[in-house]
Design a protein around this ligand. Structure first.
Ligand code: OTU
Length: 647
């Protein structure tokens, strides 16, 4: 084969035919009854694409016979080890590949230790999750990581060992099986841009093993780091300036995009791709149904660029996707790209990530809450909301990370907003400095050079509940509750999967105690990662308490979503209702049409009956949220911070 030209499908088939007999021979007995024929069929289908992608990433110098055979061997071994239970799930998912687009899907995320102590504890809480209608559970990184600094688990020392304080690998498998039985899909992170500096590969590199030094980016002096840094953006400037860390014992500079103890993997080395593909399939075989692809923008580095969102990063994710299609087809990917809105969408396709966090929606919601105005959201969201066939957003309000004001600047200019000043207004608002603020947030990674900063704080604290409770202001408590339910109203009904940050449903406020924990102090994101409060959760049973109002409000939203076909994935149609405080959109599916309206103002707002009739509504309709029928002769009046779903 002429390896200076891209491979043709024919050539890749030939190469597969050369490898297959050898694979079969390696597992003469195991392949009996292991649905090997199904595996080979998938290989026929997806291998040419994988081969083509790897060729484009690694080029002619790639040792195809060695590396391709190695990756196929990894796939085969994983397939042979895969439980029958998971193999049936593979078949089911292949029959209904877009299962995650159902209106019955509702997601939640939590830290194992903070939510329930350990993995066994999570099993005990399945009832609570089911009460809320959860069908997708994202557990934050739970693998072995360095003692002390571990970036909340995002510095992984082994992808095959659970953090002993949380449980064991067997317990994880049991939990995933139990969740599956209860109709809940387990979602875990795939932290594949970096490992911790205590991962076996890093330890070998630290001991001078050249093979493993090549797994990372290491330089004897500042020449190359300086050259790279000319075009790089610091990600955690408070933790360390720049993107490299000097390791005295090694005498080398190591690429560390995030924290000093998180070493970026070098995907220019094909061994790294192969090794990580093995780790990914191991997670899939533990029963993980969805992988949150951590920090995707940073996978590929190229001198003279900002080393974010490069084409090779996309190709690598697609190559991982092919590996999953071959050996664990039930697995789907969710992209975590917290970058410019136009870049985020590029990670989303059935060949790459089926799902993506929806930071533009999240940022717009917070912006509308602060400005009591929906104009920017209406101007900007529709531009990029539509995703390729079979793909969905994961809509969220808060996650474990900070909120960065990732607007597309030209959207702001277009409606007369000065981006820099506006970001500064938002930072002042959410830290409570602005006069009109009800928030109790904090700045994160304030960069005095550029003036950039991001925001920390829980939903409840950012929505005014913490302040109102502290001041004992009943009126403001009521408004804070409404604000939270207004925001979640949109999260539950907008096209995509709603994702609840567990604790929001009972209004957990910021946790200031983290500062007394040396492992957490210094990273303000811990402010919005409070330990779950099961005593307060008990109060959900009393309807007049804040917890009761929030929990039942969320439950109602969850039920409205599940009981109405209109919330099945389809195109969301945004509408201008003629009042800039009110955000509106239609959801239409299977003959059902629902108009959602959200009043972001602290005052009542009106939508004229003429406008409603233009939008096709009759004089009488039902608001599913309040459970009331409404007659709008002249106008429809929305209460302060009211969310409606009109049928
Ligand atoms: C992710 O976030 C995780 O969500 C963080 O908790 C981790 O610290 C980090 O990766 C390292 O593993 O910069 O502020 O565009 O913005 O991956 C959060 C993607 C982050 C990055 C994102 C990163």
């Amino acid at each position: 084969m002429d390896t200076t030209l891209p491979p043709t499908i024919h050539e890749s088939r030939l190469s597969l035919q050369r490898v297959l007999p050898r694979l079969r021979k390696s597992f003469p007995t195991e392949i009996e009854g292991a649905e090997w024929a199904v595996f080979e069929e998938r290989l026929e289908q997806h291998f040419p694409v994988l081969f083509d992608l790897l060729w484009h990433v690694y080029g002619p110098s790639y040792d195809f016979f060695y590396h391709v055979e190695q990756i196929l061997r990894t796939c085969a071994e994983s397939w042979l080890e895969r439980d029958t239970d998971l193999k049936s799930l593979d078949a089911i998912r292949e029959g209904h590949p877009h299962w995650y687009q159902s209106n019955r899907v509702v997601g939640a995320m939590a830290y194992v230790d903070l939510f329930a102590g350990d993995l066994e504890g999570v099993r005990d809480k399945i009832g609570y999750l089911k009460e809320l209608g959860i069908t997708y559970l994202h557990l934050m990184p739970l693998f072995r990581s360095p003692d002390g600094d571990d970036d909340g688990g995002y510095a992984i020392s082994s992808y095959r060992e659970v953090d002993p304080e949380l449980g064991t690998m067997d317990e994880l498998r049991e939990l995933s099986a139990e969740l599956r039985q209860q109709g809940i899909s387990l979602v875990l992170d795939f932290v594949f841009n970096h490992t911790s500096d205590e991962h076996e590969w890093a330890m070998k590199a630290r001991a001078g093993d050249e093979e493993y030094e090549k797994f990372y980016w290491m330089y004897p002096d500042r020449t190359e780091p300086d050259a790279f840094e000319r075009t790089l953006r610091p990600i955690f400037p408070d933790a360390h300036p720049g993107s490299f860390t000097y390791r005295t014992a090694l005498g080398k500079w190591v690429w560390t995009t995030f924290n000093n103890f998180q070493w970026d993997l070098n995907y220019r080395n094909p061994d790294v791709f192969n090794a990580m593909a093995g780790e990914m399939l191991y997670l899939a075989n533990a029963g993980v149904e969805m992988l949150r692809m951590d920090a995707v923008p940073f996978l590929w580095k190229e001198m003279g660029t900002n080393c974010e969102n490069l084409e090779q990063a996309h190709m690598l994710i697609r190559a991982f996707n092919c590996v999953a299609r071959i050996a664990a087809p039930a697995l789907v990917f969710k992209s975590e790209a917290i970058v410019a809105p136009d870049e985020i969408k590029k990670y989303v396709s059935e060949d790459e990530c089926h799902l993506s966090y929806n930071p533009p929606l999240m940022v717009q919601l917070w912006n509308s809450i602060a400005s009591r105005n929906a104009s920017l959201m209406l101007h900007s969201l529709p531009k990029r909301f539509e995703l390729p066939h079979g793909c969905s957003w994961v809509n969220y309000l808060r996650c474990h990370d900070d909120i960065g004001w990732g607007f597309e600047d030209r959207d702001l200019w277009e409606i007369g907003i000065q981006p820099h000043d506006h970001r500064w207004f938002l930072n002042r608002f959410f830290t409570g400095e602005h006069d009109a603020s009800f928030s109790r947030g904090r700045l994160f990674q304030h960069n005095p050079v550029t003036g950039d900063a991001r925001i920390c704080g829980t939903t409840a604290s950012l929505c005014g509940l913490e302040k109102a409770l502290y001041e004992g202001d009943e009126h403001q408590i009521e408004y804070a509750v409404r604000r939270i339910l207004l925001l979640y109203g949109i999260i539950f009904t907008m096209g995509g999967i709603p994702l609840i940050y567990l604790g929001d449903e009972i209004g957990l406020a910021n946790d200031y105690d983290f500062e007394n924990d040396p492992e957490k102090a210094g990273d303000d994101r811990w402010l919005h990662r409070p330990p779950f409060d099961w005593d307060r959760a008990e109060r959900r049973k009393e309807p007049e308490t804040v917890e009761g109002k929030l929990f039942h409000g969320m439950l109602k939203l969850s039920q409205i979503r599940k009981n109405n076909q209109a919330f099945h994935e389809t195109l969301t149609e945004f509408v201008d209702v003629g009042n800039h405080h009110v955000f509106g959109y239609f959801r239409v599916h299977d003959g059902q049409s629902i108009l959602c309206l959200a009043n972001f103002n602290d005052h009542p707002e009106e939508v004229s009956a003429t406008r409603l009739r233009q939008l096709g509504l009759r004089k009488t309709f039902t608001d599913l949220v309040a459970g009331q029928s409404i007659v709008a002769t002249e106008k429809l009046v929305l209460e302060p911070l009211q969310f409606m779903a009109i049928l």
